[in-house]
Design a protein. Structure first.
Length: 546
């Protein structure tokens, strides 16, 4: 084994890059796909420049059929989409990506021969295509015990190598969801590559762990689609649950020029739709096309980018009581009749001088009615006043906009709690339920009707700017989903200062865990290192998500 491999074993993760891009090829020629072309295979849409059958996809010449797909009837009786021999499970025009199912490499101990399987190398090559492996969305993943594997270039055009090592001193120390070296490890890949080879280091085998972990696995995997399970190491669940193939994200481009270079050749320029724009690829040479702001659709076909009606989207753009009016590529917000002001910021005010007279008459009538039916009206008035206060706070904290977004956004897990629900969950905020107090808030432990335990943060004050943006910010925070970030279940906007409802974490604070509680043994250095690693993962996720 070479010295570079020994160094890789010591550092566990190595990346060496030497780029050598081939020269620019002939610009692609747009192909006018016939209306009769098949645009669906099974339950998957196939947008141009991809297509099925001759004349239905973008042909770039030189034998490249990147965008040529087939629709095959599979053994389970369903139709699935393939590019070459690789199954395609999703296409995104806006991101310029295709999701495919890629083989998982396994290396197992053979109990009959009492040795590891001979074949420990596997490769995949997209050199003759417009595809490149997404460095942002994919991770090289190794699963097993005492397993060191590398991913490296499979040709001489682009040189790189990276790898990682997975260990597991005992099966009981494995942890679901954790891929930081114990039974599972991951490494990033470089940008701009279109070929890779997976190889296990034959100096590290599962012979000593064959009793509970016979096989090791390695593959390039879409990071967002992977969630480590301990049974991936102790059983065959990884291969069985995936069918031996894992999701992989490929970036694609429609040419090898920059946008400026491509626009000079109008006959080959691919952004043919009006209201479209060119975007240079961040993953190697080439460009993509996107619809301009305010438009959506397919920029690769004539008139493919259509106006988006922002007034009906889940993000209602105007402030209450402003009215949204759609315009080509945009929208305008107008104040209601007999009012004027800024409908974008919600400052519409009455401009009729008779408004004061009408209000005076209305108040007088209300007072007369109150005198005639004092006892009954007083109760009604109290209920309405309470409801009005709740509604005012609800509007003040952005509740209407938040509610509209929740109705239109599918799959959103976020709840608007009432004040009564949170009072019931905490026995009207009894001091016995206090988990902690800070300078600006108090946190209570509560139990919802569905038996979920939650932490309810009751703030003491909030400024005016935070009030207007509160609902929108809560909706954004509710979409943060990471195993090392506390989950936000919802909020209550019916009170003067909003209350937040979080996932309840029963084992105290991170400070208490690290520094220890009275009469408890302090945690080990390995656990502290794991905390630091997973905290860094959470911070990296928040930065990339933002």
């Amino acid at each position: 084994m070479q010295a570079s491999h020994r160094n890789m074993l010591l550092t566990l993760t190595v990346a060496v890059l030497v780029w050598a891009w081939p020269g620019a090829a002939t610009p692609p020629r747009p192909s006018a796909a016939a209306p009769s072309c098949q645009r669906r295979c099974g339950d998957m849409e196939i947008p141009y420049p991809f297509g099925i059958g001759r004349g239905c996809y973008l042909y770039t010449g030189e034998g490249d059929t990147t965008f040529g797909l087939t629709c095959n009837l599979t053994a389970d009786g369903t139709y699935k989409t393939f590019c070459y021999e690789v199954q395609v499970i999703g296409i995104s025009l806006r991101r310029g990506q295709a999701r495919v199912r890629s083989d998982i490499r396994s290396w197992c101990y053979n109990r009959t021969s009492m040795s590891m399987d001979e074949n420990n190398i596997w490769w995949n090559d997209f050199t003759d295509s417009q595809f490149r492996l997404s460095d942002e969305d994919n991770r090289f993943t190794v699963i097993g015990c005492n397993s060191l594997a590398y991913v490296r270039s499979a040709n001489t055009g682009s040189r790189y190598m990276t790898g990682c090592m997975a260990t597991c001193p005992a099966a009981g120390r494995l942890e679901n969801g954790s891929c930081s070296g114990m039974g599972c490890c991951q490494a990033a890949i470089p940008r701009g590559i279109n070929t890779y080879e997976v190889q296990f280091d034959d100096r590290f085998t599962t012979a000593s762990t064959r009793g509970f972990s016979r096989c090791s696995y390695a593959a390039l995997v879409e990071a967002a689609a992977f969630d480590f399970r301990t049974t991936y190491v102790t059983a065959d669940d990884f291969m069985e649950s995936t069918g031996g193939k894992a999701p992989l994200v490929l970036d694609w481009v429609v040419g090898k020029e920059t946008c400026r270079e491509a626009a000079r050749n109008t006959t080959a320029y691919m952004c043919v739709s009006s209201n479209s724009e060119c975007v240079d690829s961040r993953n190697g040479p080439g460009y993509l096309c996107n619809c301009s702001r305010g438009y959506d659709g397919n920029p690769y076909v004539h008139d493919g980018c259509q106006d988006v009606n922002e007034c009906t989207s889940f993000k209602y753009p105007c402030s209450v009581p402003g009215t949204c009016v759609n315009t080509p590529g945009g929208f305008v917000c107008s104040c209601p009749d007999k009012t004027r002001g800024n409908a974008y910021s919600g400052t519409c005010e009455a401009q009729n001088s008779q408004l004061g007279v009408h209000m005076a008459v209305g108040i007088s009538i209300g007072l007369v009615a109150l005198v005639l039916s004092m006892s009954c009206a007083y109760m009604i008035h109290q209920k309405r006043s309470l409801a009005a206060v709740k509604q005012r706070y609800f509007r003040q904290h952005g509740g209407l906009l938040l509610f509209e977004e929740m109705k239109s956004k599918q799959g959103l897990s976020f709840t608007l709690f009432t004040k009564e629900e949170l009072e019931e969950a905490t026995d009207k905020f009894d001091e016995r339920h206090v988990l902690g107090k800070g300078g600006n808030d108090t946190v209570y432990k509560g139990a919802l009707k569905d038996k979920r335990l939650v932490a309810i943060k009751r703030c003491k004050l909030v400024n005016e700017r935070q009030e207007k943006e509160f609902g929108k910010e809560m909706l954004i925070l509710s979409q943060v989903n990471h195993r090392n970030v506390v989950r936000l279940y919802g909020c209550c906007l019916e009170v003067e200062v909003p209350m937040l409802v979080y996932q309840f974490i029963p084992n105290g604070t991170l400070y208490q865990l690290i520094h220890g509680r009275p009469h408890e043994t302090r945690i080990s250095f390995a656990t502290r290192l794991k905390i630091a690693h997973e905290t860094a993962e959470a911070l990296a996720y928040l930065h990339s998500w933002a």
